[in-house]
Design a protein around this ligand. Structure first.
Ligand code: GGG
Length: 333
């Protein structure tokens, strides 16, 4: 923290509904009276590429690397050129994705309460793709013991600090024996050395089991792509992607973003659900040590989801603005 005790936050709206839900999250942070912020807006995404030639200008990368924390919306076609370097800029090794069913929201599985801890640097996201011929393209999947162990150490601290009884490790080591075998072995070794209980589930079996009965899972530790796909699946259980926030945590920096993308079908209509972005802002507050404010934001969102205005994805006809105003009103009540 600097500049007279204010948290320095970089704000990157990106494309599509990022330009609607991130201003909404910033408005909520500005309404948190007890915490001081300075916001710096930076550009990234498809429009930025069209205007400047770079989807993620160096100034944006550096600002994220230097900030106390960054709030990011979504990127369209340029997602890979924006999200992955941004996660790298903050040195993130874990992507935390809570997937909760909220009272009052119509959910396929109303008892769902999951947290995905997703490896955030490698797997298929390492980007080693090649076009070898007209007929053949390849992708190299990278799994290291060090990244798997770092994720596992974080998972152990996460469950221990919250008195949670261990975690599930999700992988596909029966097929990807070398890569997911390495991941599975590293995670189970670290868990054993921390006296943390783990259960293993093959990722395909997990997909079925979590749909049928999500209450059998709590904290789920997985490789990068599995964490992306399975948390989106969990979004389907709780009422949609408009409800899932995320935190990309590094050693000394972090980036917060809704799990959803740019939603081009509704972009510009003013009806995007801002809950995921506001909940991401709540995770940002928690990361900055502003725990009371984080709880207040979380509770205000929950209260509005329960009995306030709803955007069309949740069966209502309210605007983004109406939801944000209701959250801010709750915060000050
Ligand atoms: N809000 C981030 C975003 O744009 N999500 C869509 C997406 O493609 N995500 C891929 C990922 O999280 O790895």
């Amino acid at each position: 923290m600097s500049r007279g005790g204010e948290h320095e936050i970089v704000v990157i709206e990106g494309d599509g509904i990022g330009q609607e839900v991130i201003p909404a999250a910033v408005a909520v942070l500005q309404a948190v009276d007890e915490v001081g912020f300075s916001f710096t807006e930076k550009q990234a995404g498809d429009d930025t590429r069209d205007q400047t030639g770079a989807a993620l200008p160096e100034t944006t990368y550096e600002a994220a690397a230097d900030a106390d924390a960054t709030l990011f919306g979504a990127a369209g076609e340029t997602a890979a050129d924006v999200i992955l370097p941004l996660r790298e800029a903050v040195g993130s090794f874990v992507n935390i994705r809570p997937a909760r069913a909220y009272p009052g929201v119509d959910a396929l599985q109303p008892e769902t309460d999951l947290v995905f801890l997703r490896e955030n640097t490698e797997g298929v996201y390492s980007g080693h793709e090649d076009r070898l011929s007209e007929d053949l393209s390849t992708l190299t999947r990278v799994i290291t013991t060090s990244a798997s162990e770092q994720l596992a150490e974080y998972a152990c601290s996460y469950v221990t600090e919250r008195s949670i009884d261990g975690f599930h490790t999700v992988h596909k080591a029966n097929v990807m024996q070398e890569t997911d075998g390495r991941f599975r072995d590293a995670v189970s070794r670290v868990a054993a050395s921390n006296d943390v209980a783990t259960n293993e589930v093959l990722m395909d079996a997990f997909a079925t089991r979590v749909c049928l009965n999500p209450t059998q899972f709590d904290v789920v530790v997985c490789p990068n792509l599995a964490g992306d796909v399975l948390s989106d699946l969990a979004a389907g259980l709780v009422g949609g992607l408009g409800l899932l926030p995320s935190a990309n945590i590094g050693q000394t920096n972090a980036l917060f973003e809704p799990v959803h993308g740019t939603a081009p079908d509704i972009a510009g209509d003013g009806i995007a659900n801002p809950s995921a972005s506001i909940l991401s802002a709540g995770m940002l507050l928690e990361y900055l040590g502003e725990t009371d404010a984080a709880t207040n934001v979380q509770m205000a969102v929950e209260s509005v989801l329960n009995s306030g205005p709803r955007t069309p994805d949740l069966g209502g006809n309210a605007s983004t603005e109406a939801v944000v105003n209701a959250v801010i009103e709750q915060l000050s009540s």
